[in-house]
Design a protein around this ligand. Structure first.
Ligand SMILES: Nc1ncnc2c1ncn2[C@@H]1O[C@H](COP(=O)(O)OP(=O)(O)OP(=O)(O)O)[C@@H](O)[C@H]1O
Ligand SMILES: [Mg+2]
Length: 243
């Protein structure tokens, strides 16, 4: 089952082409990764998938619906963990989840028990009443992950889910994402980290300057170009991926 189909997907910001006629498909139950350096166009691609902004041209369908004609229907079935922390600092951890649930018209009698379950999932139950400023960076990441799951999405979009985390926190997030995948959720993530792509992704699109320069399984890319994904990127672009 195909969840996302992009044909000649293009995104311009005024005269700057951030996403340059890319084609890809994302299948149900897989973890699909966009790997590339700063400015490659990963976030711009994600934002068109989660209907934050329309493509400039090309065709993009999610759950067989067009992102331009059916954004509300699509958004209801998507969870998003954005690249930037946009938690509400005036609210507690638990309140952040409950208020977010309102965007999906989830009644409080449903959202409260769901929020507690999600706090258990990301191991933040004991922080439920704490204000956001009192959380560590890793805890904020985990809360963003919990929040992205509040509507029990069919497709979860994670824009750099572990950037800035120490190795232990990064592994904790990977464990959670693998658990979601084992439950059949479709995941799309962006990353700068080769190791993350290798550990989580069934297939990877390598992006550079708005274009997809390769799509394959991590193993396929490595057998074709040798070494690890880091070497693959170097071979394909002549440049190293910065960390
Ligand atoms: N709102 C905007 N207006 C103008 N240009 C933008 C805007 N958002 C992004 N860009 C430009 O588009 C290009 C792609 O940006 P994008 O955020 O998609 O890259 P990215 O691959 O997510 O990078 P990073 O790894 O740093 O998050 C960059 O050159 C960026 O400067
Ligand atoms: Mg980005």
């Amino acid at each position: 089952m195909t969840i996302v189909t992009a044909k000649s997907l293009t995104k311009d910001y005024n005269h700057f082409r951030a996403v340059d006629s890319i084609d890809f498909e994302i299948f149900g139950g897989e973890c699909f990764g966009f790997l590339g350096p700063n400015g490659a166009g990963k976030t711009s691609t994600m934002k068109t998938i989660y209907c934050f902004m329309p493509p400039t041209s090309g065709e993009l369908t999610v759950f067989d619906m067009n992102v331009v004609s059916s954004p509300s229907e699509i958004k209801r079935r998507i969870g998003v963990m954005p690249q930037e922390n946009n938690l509400d600092p005036d609210l507690s951890v638990l309140e952040n989840l409950i208020v977010y649930a309102r965007y999906f018209d989830i009644p409080k009698k449903e959202s409260v028990p769901t929020a507690w379950k999600l706090l258990d999932f990301v191991e933040l139950r004991d922080k439920a009443d704490v204000k956001i400023d009192h959380l560590s960076g890793g805890m904020k990441h985990r809360l963003l992950l919990a929040r992205s799951l509040i509507n029990n999405p069919d497709l979860l979009i994670l824009d750099e889910p572990t950037t800035g985390l120490d190795p232990r926190s990064r592994h904790a997030v990977w464990d959670k994402l693998n658990a979601l995948k084992a439950n059949g959720m479709t995941l799309v993530l962006t990353t700068h980290y080769m190791e993350e792509a290798e550990k989580l992704c069934d297939r990877v699109a390598i992006m550079d300057s708005g274009k997809i320069i390769a799509i394959d399984t991590p193993a396929g890319l490595m057998s074709l170009h040798g070494g690890n994904l880091e070497d693959v990127y170097l071979k394909l672009t002549g440049r190293r991926l910065e960390h």
